[in-house]
Design a protein around this ligand. Structure first.
Ligand code: CA
Length: 409
């Protein structure tokens, strides 16, 4: 799978400078939003430094969390060394994509969202004062959304020598959409309003532009930065290629510790470090499950279809004659047969074709049909009685009345 990316940033309608920075590295499949703070454009320096350091560190083999810790060191050092930058800081919310999964790591209140199957879910937890108060039950989410101090962050890069980075791993599927944004978007728009914009914009660049426009229409009180990452391609094919190439379906432990957050080293799948490669049967397990997954519903559909066709083929009865065209025969099935189901003789009557009334003869000639066995048998019974009575010269011909509920021919 690949990512199709849109990005947009805007100063907003009340600020004079844009202190947000973003990283878009399509080759390295790395993306980030950083929202700087601090007077005299120090916020601009903080967010730009964070993006630069994350890019540089990832390029030299660091994990995403290591790269963010390095960014903290560098922003903090700059703030200490330059009195006019004292107190500056920045958020950072960053994504690395490996073709199947995203690792999201963040510090601060710039958010990562997952849009899947028409629903928007916030992946990251804001490191903000109001979010802490919500977690403590002292504010409702509704109160937090409009709280005057909602822009105060409790964790940021550059304000302390140490920083704690939160990270999340997400398995992605075609059609998924990741949204990274600064609080200039989320302080202006509720999640359902963001979702409505995403729903209306299929292209990630159009979606990014539309979100920035919407935040500006809602007031634009802060800098707005938006990245929309659309997951495209075929997850199944990617896995099949990996199998064909003899690779394990899951990334190996060494790949994970090399490219992913080492904090996750206690993950059970990492317990296989140093163990022999999985056997062939282990490798085909997932595709086999996929065959079952797709095969079973297919078999059920085919089964239902066959049952329905057979029901159609066998639920009809019709009139005909025997091979010598001497007596009337009640057949079960569709005249001439239907697919693999030929009609069968249901009842060979004693009614001679030559004894039939004109109407009865016509019914036999046109292969009159009945929608149930009981209706067919009632007709045959009356036909037998009527031809019996016609042998009496004193009785006028009584035609077998067509049952009112016969199926149309
Ligand atoms: Ca901001």
């Amino acid at each position: 799978m690949k990512l199709k990316v849109g990005a947009a940033t805007d100063v907003g309608r009340t600020r004079t400078a844009n202190e947000d920075s973003f990283l878009r590295d399509d080759k390295g499949q790395t993306y980030a939003v950083a929202d700087g703070m601090g007077g005299h454009r120090a916020g601009d320096v903080a967010s730009a430094t964070a993006v630069e350091v994350v890019t540089r560190e990832l390029g030299s083999g660091a994990t995403l969390v290591e790269a963010i810790v390095a960014a903290n060191d560098e922003v903090f050092a700059k703030a200490q060394a330059n009195p006019e930058m004292r107190g500056m800081g920045t958020t950072v919310t960053s994504v690395v994509f490996d073709g199947e999964r995203a690792l999201i790591a963040h510090v601060g209140d710039s958010r990562g969202y997952l849009w899947r199957d028409g629903a928007l879910t916030q992946v990251t937890e804001d490191h903000s004062l109001v979010e802490e108060l919500v977690r403590q039950g002292r504010l409702t989410p509704e109160e937090a959304a409009v709280h005057p101090q909602r822009n105060i962050v409790t964790r940021a890069l550059g304000v302390d020598a140490d920083v704690q980075v939160d990270s999340y791993e997400i398995d992605l599927y075609p059609g998924d959409r990741l949204l990274l944004c600064s609080d200039g978007l989320t302080s202006m728009m509720r999640d359902d309003e963001i979702a409505a914009v995403l729903r209306g914009a299929a292209d990630p660049q159009l979606a990014s532009d539309a979100l920035v426009d919407a935040a500006n229409r809602a007031g634009g009180e802060d800098n707005i930065t938006v990245l929309v990452l659309d997951v495209v391609g075929d997850r199944g094919k990617a896995r099949q290629r990996a199998i064909a190439a003899g690779a394990d379906v899951e990334p190996s432990a060494s790949e994970r510790t090399g490219e992913w957050d080492p904090v996750k080293a206690t993950d059970p799948s990492d317990a296989e470090a140093g163990s022999p490669p999985p056997s062939a049967s282990t490798r085909v397990r997932r595709p086999f499950h996929r065959v079952l997954l797709w095969g079973l519903p297919f078999l059920v559909v085919v089964g239902v279809a066959m049952f329905t066709l057979r029901w159609y083929a066998r639920s009809t009865y019709y009139l005909g004659t025997d091979a010598k065209q001497e007596v009337v025969v009640l057949y079960r099935g569709v005249p001439g047969g239907f697919l693999v189901w030929d009609p069968t003789v249901e009842q060979r009557t004693t009614v001679r074709v030559s004894d039939l009334t004109e109407a009865g003869a016509n019914d036999v000639r046109t292969e009159k049909r009945f929608s149930s066995e009981s209706r067919a048998r009632r007709y045959v019974t009356r036909l037998t009685q009527s031809t019996t009575t016609t042998t009496s010269p004193t009785t006028t011909t009584t035609l077998p009345a067509a049952p009112p509920t016969t199926a149309p021919a």
